[in-house]
Ligand binder design. Structure first.
Ligand SMILES: *Cc1c(COP(=O)(O)O)cnc(C)c1O
Length: 402
């Protein structure tokens, strides 16, 4: 018998900042039969994908696609470019930066974690001047890479990657620049080539609107050169054999065929709409959601308006309110999933995802669930965020895509 607890009527509201809702068009594309990954049709698909995906990263260089979650692509970036014991500079912006730092330690690198003091780092983006100052001290160039997160999904704060590039250049330092835009790609402005990034890491289940399961490394010539001489053991993740097989549209091992069908559809959707339009749509949603938070009289986790995330918004609960209790009520009463507070932010805030396959009314419904749930939980609200966001969206029409 159908268990109504697990299968309530209507669509589940998946408003966590990834996985994001998968459009029907992508689900349909993925339902096609799996084909021979060594056959001619597959090669044609592979070549098409590997060409088109570069446009989303804004690069002319190769983009590697792994059958793995984003975490795998993090590891790939580190072990293809660095050697055991290498010092790397990482910046603490939140939970994901912390996890990447822990991974570097576990891999036998010597990461140095800098950031703003205490919890401040979790409410601001990367401070490029701190990176520049640290690199200037490193006269004998012991630091081999600078690793930063572009869109910190645990807090809803982006970082200015162009400023980090300028900081590295101003210090005259040869360190590689490795950037995690797992949740930023195709939702927040990102430019691999223009910003001089050496390895860009991304994943499928956020702005690309795919299910989890594939991830990416976009790689510069300098990164490829580093991968030829670095001394970290690598095999499955090694770029060289993948790059070689990719020339003809294939992979050295079985790729995630059906997720690649989905990727083709996702790239067609994004590129047909136009990336600029996609990004404008996210900025507008984020502004609408922030209007709601302000109307509620609540605080946004990000304290620097210059780097508000277009992907998600962290909503801080008043002292004494457990954000996870509020989330639980919202989930149970309205079948709406919101992001939990991670790491140092646990219990302090919840996260509203506004990325990918959304529209004004899915976000209004999401805000409605938040508002009603917070009232049920006894959170004092100054006014109606739903009404404020409705007015915002009504007053800010988004220009048609073409
Ligand atoms: C989601 C996410 C990750 C982890 O990716 P998985 O696919 O869960 O392995 C890492 N960094 C950021 C910024 C993310 O948003």
């Amino acid at each position: 018998m159908l268990n109504l607890d697990f299968h309530p009527s209507g669509r589940h509201f998946l408003q966590i900042p990834g996985p994001s809702p998968v459009p029907d068009r992508i689900l349909r594309a993925m339902s096609l039969p799996t084909i021979d990954h060594r056959g001619p049709e597959f090669g044609a698909l592979g070549r098409e994908l590997l060409g088109k995906v570069k446009k989303v990263f804004k690069t002319e260089n190769p983009v590697i696609i792994y059958p793995a979650s984003g975490t795998g692509a993090w590891e790939a970036a580190l072990i293809n470019t660095l050697s055991p014991g290498d010092e790397v500079l990482m910046f603490e912006t939140g939970h994901f930066a912390s996890l990447w730092h822990r991974m570097a330690t576990r891999l036998g690198l010597a990461p140095e974690f800098i950031g703003l003091p205490g919890y401040e780092g979790w409410r601001h983006g990367v401070q490029a001047d701190m990176i520049e100052a640290r690199l200037r001290e490193d006269g004998d160039h012991r630091l081999k890479a600078v690793c930063v997160v572009h869109n910190e999904t645990s807090t809803g704060v982006t970082s200015d990657i162009a400023a980090v590039r300028r900081a590295i250049d101003a210090a005259g330092h040869p360190a590689l620049l490795l950037v995690d835009t797992i949740s930023g790609l195709a939702s927040a402005d990102y430019r691999h080539d223009e910003w001089g990034v050496d390895v860009t890491i991304s994943g499928s289940q956020k702005g690309l609107m795919l299910p989890p399961g594939i991830s990416f490394n976009a790689i510069s010539d300098k990164a490829i050169e580093a991968s030829r001489h670095n001394r970290m053991p690598k095999s499955f993740w090694a770029w060289d054999e993948i790059l070689e097989a990719n020339q003809n549209g294939y992979w050295p091992y079985t790729p995630s065929t059906n997720l690649l069908y989905g990727l083709k559809e996702s790239l067609d959707m994004l590129l047909d709409e136009g990336l600029d339009h996609v990004l404008a749509r996210h900025q507008r949603w984020a502004a609408g959601v922030r209007t709601a938070v302000e109307a509620w009289g609540l605080e946004i986790q990000c304290q620097d308006p210059a780097v508000y995330s277009p992907v998600l918004t962290g909503v801080v609960m008043p002292e004494g309110t457990d954000a996870d209790e509020v989330r639980k009520i919202i989930y149970e009463r309205f079948d709406l999933s919101l992001g939990t507070g991670l790491g140092k932010a646990k219990g302090k805030m919840f996260r509203i995802g506004h990325l990918g396959d959304c529209n004004d009314l899915t976000l209004i419904a999401t805000l409605g669930g938040c508002e009603a749930g917070m009232k049920l939980a006894g959170v004092p609200l100054k006014g109606s965020g739903v009404t404020a966001a409705l007015d915002y969206f009504a007053g800010q029409p988004l220009e048609a895509a073409h």
